[in-house]
Design a protein around this ligand. Structure first.
Ligand code: ADP
Length: 422
């Protein structure tokens, strides 16, 4: 699948590169050709107006320009070509043919006997000197002819250079297209692999509670005469598994929404101290059951712009983990205070700790250091990914410090001042 996408991307990239090369050289060629002929035309115009005929004699104007490649010719009303500048007379042959079919004011380029001529027909400007009584002719218009062999040669060479360069660079263009396509494929491939992993993790996570529900229901069906009291443990297992599935699906939904950018975060000024105290009160029961002491130091009226429900969820995740991974007799400490314009919530426990090599993975989806232990305590491996997402949505940071066998400390810091956004 990726090979085909890679090939397609390479073709598209190469095509785009080629079009860029083609357009660039086209513009360059057009500009060069325009500049070359524009310069020639300008010099030709100067030649056309650089002399006058006074009583049949050529009188150069002040500061005449001299370009040996340019010929100036005058055509009389009776169709004769008269060269007003004698020193060029023998240099241009077949002048009649070259200047034929050129309308007044027209500029033309003609190929003639191996040479390229640029021809301009210019109306004669000195009306008072139209007639040469000695030679008996009247000037009608002036032709300026320039041999532009070198310009055409230059353009031709340039064209061949472009074509040759194009052929040689095709290989380079394809290689560049391929390399770029390969680079562009890396995040796509990674996202695809992540997605595949995610789907397989989800299937795996959903299969075990479903199997539990199915097998317990089947066992109950085998003993239709048993009372509900007698089947109590099976019903309890079914309920536990269903609860786990509900929790898992709720977490998946949160993450799917966050991935799709449809996260429903609604910010308002909240009293973080109240939220922390509220969550602590819910954990009173855990404290009793698990024989774990809970020490809370909550500064009063810590206010922050945040989504109340999400912050509540975040603290529940951290405290839940602290209780889950702390053996009986341990201690969980929660602090809430303001430091450096940030609201800080830290949750510390004296539990089993996290292995150094696992620290970088704990925020990954479905990561659990000890799968069986986490699962037995209702863990899905999604809690910390959701916690991280919540913190990031509040432009905050979450840090973890842990020592195996000693305990773990999670510290969340959220800027207290933030523009409201949804
Ligand atoms: P779970 O649902 O398994 O708790 P989490 O995403 O919340 O999933 O946590 C991922 C893993 O990080 C846990 O399975 C556990 O291995 C580790 N972990 C998280 N919090 C703690 C903690 N306080 N002490 C030790 N390990 C922890």
């Amino acid at each position: 699948m990726f090979q085909r996408t890679l090939a397609r991307l390479t073709v598209i990239n190469s095509f785009v590169f080629f079009i860029i090369y083609f357009l660039f050289t086209l513009i360059l060629y057009g500009y060069l050709s325009y500049r070359l002929f524009d310069r020639v035309d300008e010099v030709m115009r100067l030649h056309a107006s650089g002399f006058r005929l006074a009583n049949g004699i050529v009188v150069p104007l002040e500061h005449p320009i001299f370009d040996p490649r340019i010929f100036v010719l005058a055509r009389s009303t009776d169709g004769r070509i008269v060269n007003p500048i004698p020193f060029h007379e023998n240099e241009l042959k077949n002048i009649d043919e070259i200047t034929s079919n050129i309308e007044a004011g027209e500029l033309n380029t003609k190929d003639y006997e191996g040479h390229v001529y640029r021809i301009m027909r210019w109306p004669y400007s000195y009306q008072e000197d139209l007639y040469d009584s000695a030679a008996n002719f009247r000037i009608e218009s002036v032709f300026v002819v320039s041999i532009v062999d070198s310009e055409v040669q230059l353009l031709n060479n340039f064209l061949w250079l472009i074509i040759g360069g194009g052929v040689i660079s095709v290989l380079g263009i394809i290689v560049a297209g391929f390399l770029l396509a390969k680079r562009a494929m890396v995040p796509i491939q990674e996202a695809w692999e992540k997605q595949q992993q995610f789907v397989s993790d989800v299937s795996h996570e959903l299969r075990s509670p479903l199997t539990g529900i199915y097998s317990n229901a089947e066992l109950m069906l085998r003993h239709p005469d048993e009372t509900i009291r007698e089947e109590c443990h099976r019903i309890n297992t079914i309920m536990q598994e269903a609860k786990r599935m509900i929790k898992l699906i709720a977490s998946l939904l949160t993450l799917a929404r966050s991935d799709a950018g449809k996260s429903d975060i609604s910010l308002s000024l909240i009293n973080l101290s109240d939220v922390v105290n509220e969550v602590i009160s819910h954990f009173e029961v855990f404290k009793e059951i698990n024989h774990i002491s809970l020490v809370a130091t909550v500064e009063s009226n810590v206010e922050v712009v945040a989504d109340r429900d999400r912050v509540h969820q975040l603290i529940v995740i951290l405290l839940d983990n602290a209780f889950k991974f702390t053996p009986a007799g341990g201690q969980v400490t929660i602090d809430c205070y303001i430091a450096n314009r940030n609201a800080i919530v830290s949750v510390r426990d004296t539990g089993i700790g996290i292995a150094p090599e696992s620290i970088s993975c704990i925020f990954d989806r479905f990561f659990r250091e000890d799968k069986s232990r986490s699962k037995n305590s209702g863990g899905t491996g999604l809690g910390l990914s959701i916690a991280k997402w919540i913190v990031e949505k509040h432009a905050g940071k979450i840090n973890v410090k842990s020592a195996l066998g000693k305990g773990t400390k999670f510290t969340v810091s959220i800027p207290i001042q933030r523009r409201h956004q949804t």
